[in-house]
Ligand binder design. Structure first.
Ligand code: SF4
Length: 555
């Protein structure tokens, strides 16, 4: 049994040997070295819920303590949203309070992207009543609302939690939503269904204070298929067949994007499904105890893994936390093509799953309710959100498939979308995000419409959509480094010398067989106005020049 909650005595590591100032708890550094660590120590962030319900909801926005507003609120999925009308050039120059609107973004975690139609309906109803009908499907299988008022939070929680949904640890330095395959339990080629492990991790550990003050965020993926970007997670469990022990999971640690992107490293360990929660807890505890707490920019687990290497990480995990050896195991199969779950496909039980494509995850509460109704009319009561900002209806009988497709298309959710629509993702961007420098979602919609018009002639030849990911700032919420064409929002200089919204281009990134980060070409920047023309030219050239079956990353 793991004992990762114990604290390691400072006496184990003489101060002279400690890395100066990294703030690792396990080496005796318990005094906060930055304001975030101080805030977490002064009052555990999970305590803030009580104040929201009993003080702030009654007192309104102005009654909120700034430390809660810009810090602890995140542990319940709440961020202040950006004040409308502030251009991206001023993002870095304004004080946080100048950027804060009095409304909030609220993130609902949907572990494994797994929802019943009843839950989808509740998500939609909350959006209609409390979020001006906004809803975005994120590339981490969450749903995000905007325009939330603090006064409404107690009722929102009551409604969401009444449907078995939660916002706890949806943001903050805590274990975030767990990604799982949208096809868990239904795919013919799945090695193993990760859902029971995801459920058990949530049941045992979610909301426990000792696991909710980490050096930084902690992203997990558990999937029997390699379809959840496992390479870029803090910890990932990927389905693999062990030659002696059968189906289980291969463990990866230390993946991540943003600045200093890193592909996760395999520990070389095979874990059976019922041991995944214990091993997950061990990895989390290594991070909590040894993760760097001095600088936020070096606090993700990838920095520890980079310094230690996979071998030492596994050794510490086994000897000090699990207190046993893990079984050595093989690497999972590497997929040639990144799966996106769009379209109609047969499940292993003979029914069908039907994947639909909103543009860059932008939906609405009304649309989600209508989708739930359409799914139910087609005999389904299960939907899944995908890591590509799409939505899948499961368990559809063959006779209902075409009717459902027609209904979804009518709703603006095509199940046979253009490859451009299929391949686009975008983060929240300047519309709501305080860190944003440029607009993203609207640009994604414009880009898709323009490519559908201009590239209609080559559309039917496209067997492998070019993936275009758009970020509003240097963070990588839309995973730009792993896109065929990754676009990082920044202010650029246009032909007339004006400072305007634009993008640094990254080309040729990928996951699976093409795992690697896109090349950032020096000086390769486009203005927002040039974006569509640029993407069109690149896509055209790729389709003209590529050899049979050549993927973008190989080109
Ligand atoms: Fe906000 Fe930047 Fe993330 Fe986009 S990439 S959602 S702009 S922090």
């Amino acid at each position: 049994m793991a004992s990762p909650t114990r604290e390691i005595s400072p006496a184990r590591a003489p101060r002279s040997k400690q890395r100066r100032g990294e703030g690792q708890w396990a080496l005796g550094y318990r005094e906060p070295l930055n304001p975030n660590e101080r805030a977490k120590k002064d009052d555990h962030p999970l305590n803030v819920r009580d104040r929201i319900e009993n003080i702030y909801a009654g007192g309104g926005f102005d009654s909120i303590d700034p430390g809660d507003l810009r810090g602890r609120f995140r542990w319940y999925g709440l961020y202040t949203q950006r004040k409308p009308g502030i251009d991206g050039g001023r993002t870095a120059t304004l004080e946080p309070e100048e950027l804060d609107d009095e409304y909030f973004m609220l993130r609902v975690r949907v572990d494994g992207g797994d929802l019943t139609t009843e839950q989808l309906t509740v998500i939609g109803e909350v959006s209609q009543t409390y979020a001006r009908d906004t809803a975005d499907i994120t590339d981490r299988q969450n749903v995000q609302y905007h325009w939330i008022r603090i006064e409404d939070m107690p009722t929102i929680w009551e409604k969401l939690e009444g449907a078995g949904l939660t916002t706890i640890s949806a943001c903050g330095d805590s274990p975030r939503v767990i990604l799982g395959s949208p096809l868990a339990g239904i795919a013919e080629d799945e090695v193993i269904d990760g859902t029971p492990a995801i459920d058990e991790i949530k049941r045992r550990y979610l909301g426990r204070p000792e696991y909710a003050n980490l050096p930084r965020k902690f992203k997990t993926a558990v999937s029997g298929l390699p379809d959840v970007a496992h390479e870029i997670h803090d910890v990932a469990f990927v389905g693999v067949q062990h030659p002696e022990h059968g189906p289980g999971f291969d463990v990866w640690v230390g993946g991540g994007l943003s600045t200093n992107p890193m592909i996760g490293q395999r520990l070389g360990a095979w874990v059976p499904r019922d041991e995944v929660p214990e091993v997950w807890e061990g990895v989390l505890a290594v991070f909590r105890d040894y993760g760097y707490r001095r600088l936020r920019s070096r606090a993700r687990i990838k920095f520890l893994v980079k310094d230690w290497g996979a071998e030492k990480f596994r050794e510490v995990l086994e000897s000090r936390y699990l207190r046993r050896r893990l079984i050595d195991g093989p690497a999972p199969e590497v997929p040639e093509v990144q799966r996106d779950h769009v379209g109609v496909h047969r499940q292993k039980d003979g029914r069908f799953y039907v994947g639909a494509a909103p543009i860059a995850g932008r939906v609405s509460g009304s649309l989600l309710i209508a989708t739930a109704k359409a799914a139910e009319r087609a005999g389904s009561n299960r939907v899944r959100l995908t890591p590509q900002q799409k939505l899948v209806v499961l368990d559809v009988p063959e006779a209902e498939v075409s009717g459902l497709q027609a209904e979804l298309a009518e709703l603006g959710l095509p199940t046979e979308p253009s490859p451009w629509r299929r391949g686009v993702m975008a983060c929240t961007g300047i519309e709501f995000c305080k860190l944003a420098i440029v607009e993203t979602k609207a640009r994604a919609a414009e880009l898709v419409a323009a490519l559908e018009e201009r590239l209609a002639a080559i559309q039917s030849d496209v067997d492998n959509p070019v993936r275009v990911h758009i970020n509003g700032c240097p963070n990588s919420c839309a995973r730009i480094q792993t896109a065929d064409i990754g676009l990082k929002g920044q202010i650029v200089t246009d032909a007339d010398g004006n400072q305007v919204e634009g993008f640094q281009v990254h080309l040729g990134g990928g996951l699976g067989l093409d795992a690697g980060f896109g090349r950032k070409l020096r000086g390769h920047k486009v203005t927002g106005d040039e974006l569509t023309g640029y993407v069109e030219r690149v896509v055209r050239r790729y389709h003209e020049q590529r050899t049979d079956g050549e993927r973008f990353a190989q080109w």
